[in-house]
Ligand binder design. Structure first.
Ligand SMILES: *Cc1c(COP(=O)(O)O)cnc(C)c1O
Ligand SMILES: [Zn+2]
Length: 436
């Protein structure tokens, strides 16, 4: 392999290690252990940063994922370019009231910079490594959001991009890839077939495929969701995290982030339970958890929640194990419940999420009503993508309004026919003492 290279971050040493047999591989574009085919994981010598990474040094960093640069696998020479991440963590009182939680928060990656999903985080870390390994062409196999993030950031960095995606993705996600000048290859098949093809391509071409040969580095970018949650809670851990699952990577990495913060003494140790969310039509990880198993039975996806439609999830077994070890659970919801989830989050909190967020919101409702999540426990719901990319899911949900003539009398007649209570005249407002 011509790309062999070993490097160190300025403060942290890290390298790839096999999750199963423990063999180490240095740093190179490689996703699975050649001996046992298990996924490789980036492992750090955390001792080398203890005391140097503190709450204060992090607070002095930029308002982006790069405030945690010392805890990410990027080379010492790496200069961050884009201010990715550091999205809002908002208290969700209205949704909490509806669902029966007094302590509910939303981590809002629907507004992640630059392409409105948490995939911006993973792509940043992957492309830093693509450049370090000397790749000039990058790409990915994508369920949509990864395509957008890879295309946008490759454009910014001057890398060529070739993106493979199932041909029947949402139109907005396809357009959102093409617009950056990336070569989009629509594949007549589902995501799992696209991904298998990408594995063959990675073996043949010297391309940096962010979720294939760069996958161990890519996956580490998801840890930043966990660091941010802890910091935004005032350097505390929540009781529960509810997280959508496709490949099963994000949920594991939030857990890994919390473990690292505990190991570094940045937060007090406490048990955090992890809850996974999938659409019923593609729920291999949920089914494993419900059986008390970590054996993933691959499925053929049958859901409009495209961003989570991975039938054979790469990190599914490890995610199922972690969920059970933390005392958590996993649930799946129908597409109808998913759409209600989108609607409730929008109406209650003013956050328009995509299908994955609808699944996560609906699963949170289910977990609260089952009593698996307690009313007073601090619960963080991870909203990972933006609703403007999956407007197809709301097709036919709202009748198109008649056009009203631009006259006050027409307007009043129209509004009275729907919502008489909406009308309050200036005079009434004055009587109520509302003018000043
Ligand atoms: C990719 C994706 C996920 C799931 O991520 P995994 O790490 O593969 O489990 C969740 N939500 C959205 C919007 C995504 O695009
Ligand atoms: Zn191995």
């Amino acid at each position: 392999m011509p790309f062999l290279s070993v490097y160190e971050c300025s403060t942290t040493k890290y390298e790839l290690r096999c999750n199963e047999c423990g063999k180490v591989y240095g740093n190179r574009p490689l996703s699975a252990c050649p001996d046992c085919l298990a996924p490789l994981e980036v492992c750090y010598e955390l001792e080398s940063v203890r005391g140097r990474v503190t709450r204060a040094t992090i607070a002095r960093g930029p308002a982006s994922i790069w405030r945690y640069q010392d805890l990410l696998p990027v080379p010492a020479a790496f200069q961050p370019d884009l201010g990715v991440g550091f999205t809002p963590l908002v208290r969700a009182c209205n949704l909490g009231r509806r669902l029966g939680s007094e302590n509910l928060y939303v981590k809002n990656d629907a507004v992640c910079f630059p392409t409105l999903s948490f995939k911006d985080r993973v792509v940043s870390v992957a492309l830093a490594n693509a450049q370090a390994f000397g790749f000039t062409t990058v790409g990915c196999s994508s369920t949509g959001n990864l395509a957008n993030a890879t295309a946008a950031q490759a454009a910014r960095l001057g890398l060529k991009a070739c993106i493979l995606a199932p041909s029947d993705l949402e139109a907005a996600k396809l357009l959102n890839t093409r617009v950056y000048g990336a070569r989009l290859v629509r594949i007549a098949g589902n995501y799992d077939q696209v991904n298998r093809l990408c594995t063959l391509i990675a073996d043949e071409y010297s391309w940096g495929l962010v979720n294939v040969n760069l996958r161990p580095y890519y996956a580490e970018g998801s840890k930043t969701v966990g660091y941010e949650i802890a910091e935004q809670l005032g350097w505390r851990l929540p009781d529960n995290v509810v997280c959508p699952m496709a490949g099963g990577s994000l949920i594991r990495k939030i857990h890994k982030a919390f473990q690292e913060l505990i190991a570094l003494g940045l937060v007090e140790a406490k048990p955090v339970r992890f809850f996974g969310a999938q659409a019923t039509g593609c729920s291999p990880i949920v089914q494993a958890v419900k059986k008390g198993s970590d054996c993933i039975e691959p499925q053929r996806p049958e859901t409009i929640t495209r961003s989570l439609a991975i039938g054979n999830p790469a990190d599914g077994a490890a995610a199922a194990r972690m969920i059970q070890e933390t005392g958590g659970w996993a649930e799946d919801v129908s597409d109808v419940e998913m759409v209600s989830g989108i609607q409730e989050l929008a109406e209650d909190e003013g956050i328009f999420t995509e299908t994955a967020g609808g699944v996560t919101t609906a699963v949170t409702a289910r977990l609260l009503s089952q009593g698996r999540i307690g009313r007073e426990e601090l619960t963080v719901v991870c909203i990972t993508g933006n609703g403007l990319k999956t407007t197809d899911a709301l097709q036919g949900r709202f009748a198109e309004e008649d056009a009203v003539r631009p006259r006050l009398s027409d307007f009043e007649q129209y509004i009275r026919s729907f919502e008489p209570g909406l009308i309050s005249h200036q005079a009434e407002l004055e009587l109520a003492g509302g003018l000043y």
